[in-house]
Design a protein around this ligand. Structure first.
Ligand code: ADP
Length: 447
């Protein structure tokens, strides 16, 4: 087991990882920018190292500074959290070259999944169902037309190097295709320095369903069921559930089994998430994230397993603490991402939190790094906390969520709490009846 882990992140996830390290009796080092000197994770860590000024590129993305902080403090492993360097293959390689363990998969696996064409090809080879479309990059228009005619309109053109929902264009008919192809390539070139694009069938009313997987480092793979993250705004997840209200037990174990086997065959090590669009009973792979996800606590709530403990165990060579048959799903969990944003316009609302009071009681978990008097710096993303609620079934979970939202107090800044108070009373949400476009339509109606 590791002696000392350096946490290369900030906010609620830095605190989340720190808690897991403390439970395992591992010393902690955190790195922080000058803007985060007062952050909770800095206060609670055994050691902290200031690695630079506020902008992420000079601090949380500064590989040299982070490696130097490991050397100075004698950390033998790094947990990258999510975002920042968590899916940076070069960072994983550099740490390996310094004999420091990256708590995550190999640089090669990060690289494969970071390239969308390569990821899709790999998924298909491993027997994961993919969206019908081109086999690789498409350059000329004639080929694009032939493929689109074969899979049927509408189609979506996506950038191979894409991310964060950028570089995607939908073509409803053949007439749109030429312009969509051109625009997607130009945008991809400008945004990612790589203009390779590919074509997929455009699914009209899918849900976003993702499977939590783990490779144990010894060639075995397991799945921890799925999460439904269909409630999104601008491709950003807002509300997540486990299990999905749309799947039955047979579908769950079928798709979970396919993913676990793929992870084993790939020789993958650590936590990963295989994301699908789901429509009319069919799953279509869209991408794999090679890290811990923001929404991992809903999986923890229904399985009772600490996924960060498992990540640390696997990275240290100790394997998983559970086998597939030990992973049982108990009840239902929902997570609300609470952002420091105006609940109508979603413009960021940094500033000082004058009063912060979190709900409590059975089945309630709040993961947050903020406190009364905390000043939210304007440099980073606006997530200030996650409310995770567990119940024996979805109805009980929703009842408890409504009560927890009523108790939650954040004064001094605007937050998205009012949006969740609206959603929890909505009939479609109560029925679990929503797809990936539902929230955008709902917000447009409310304006
Ligand atoms: P990114 O890495 O940029 O987030 P993804 O491939 O994960 O890109 O896609 C982001 C979102 O775009 C999906 O969650 C979905 O809303 C939409 N999308 C992607 N591919 C399709 C498709 N074939 N049909 C319909 N919507 C899609």
């Amino acid at each position: 087991m590791f002696q000392k882990i350096l946490i290369a992140n900030r906010g609620e996830i830095a605190l989340r990882v720190l808690r897991a390290c403390k439970e395992l009796g591992i010393q902690t080092v955190v790195v922080h920018s000058t803007a985060d000197a007062d952050a909770m994770h800095v206060r609670l860590a055994d050691e902290s190292v200031c690695i630079g000024p506020p902008p992420s590129r000079d601090s949380y993305l500064n590989i040299h500074q982070i490696v130097a902080a490991c050397e100075i403090t004698g950390a033998d492993a790094v947990h990258p959290g999510y975002g920042f360097l968590s899916e940076n293959a070069k960072f994983a390689d550099i740490l390996a070259a310094h004999n420091i363990t990256f708590i995550g998969p190999s640089g090669d696996h990060i690289r494969i999944m970071g390239d969308k064409i390569e990821a899709k090809r790999t998924a298909k080879r491993l027997g994961i169902p993919v969206v019908p479309g081109s086999d690789g990059a498409v350059t000329d228009e004639k080929e694009a037309k032939r493929i689109a005619a074969e899979i049927g309109y509408p189609v979506i053109i996506k950038a191979s190097a894409g991310g964060g929902g950028r570089g995607m264009k939908v073509a409803l008919t053949e007439e749109d295709l030429e312009v969509a192809l051109q625009t997607a390539r130009t945008e991809a070139g400008a945004a990612f320095g790589d203009d390779a694009v590919y074509i997929e069938k455009y699914l009209q009313k899918p849900r976003h369903i993702e499977v939590q997987v783990f490779g144990d480092g010894f060639g075995r793979g397991v799945h921890f069921g799925e999460r439904d993250c269909s409630l999104q705004r601008r491709h950003q997840k807002v509300w997540e559930e486990a299990n999905s209200p749309a799947l039955n037990a047979e579908e769950r174990s079928r798709i979970g089994g396919i993913c676990a086997k793929a992870i084993a065959d790939l020789g993958y090590s650590g936590a990963g998430t295989i994301e699908f669009l789901y429509e009319n009973g069919e799953f279509y792979f869209i991408e794999m994230n090679t890290r811990l996800q923001v929404e991992h606590p809903v999986t923890e709530a229904i399985t009772g397993i600490d996924l960060v403990h498992e990540q640390i165990r696997v990275a240290s060579g100790g394997g998983l603490s559970v086998k597939q048959e030990d992973i049982k799903f108990n009840g239902h969990a929902i997570e609300c991402r609470i952002n420091a944003e105006d609940p109508r316009t979603f413009t960021p609302s940094p500033g000082t939190i004058t009063h912060f009071h979190t709900p409590g009681g059975l089945g309630i978990r709040v993961d947050s790094g903020v406190y009364s008097g905390y000043k939210i710096p304007p440099y980073y993303d606006s997530l200030i906390g996650k409310l995770i609620v567990h119940g024996r079934n979805r109805v009980e979970c929703m009842m408890r969520l409504r009560r927890a939202l009523d108790e939650f107090v954040v004064d001094g800044i605007k937050t998205t709490l009012p949006l969740f108070r609206d959603l929890v009373g909505n009939a479609d949400i109560a029925n679990g009846d929503y797809d990936i476009h539902w929230l955008e339509k709902y917000l447009a109606k409310e304006e």
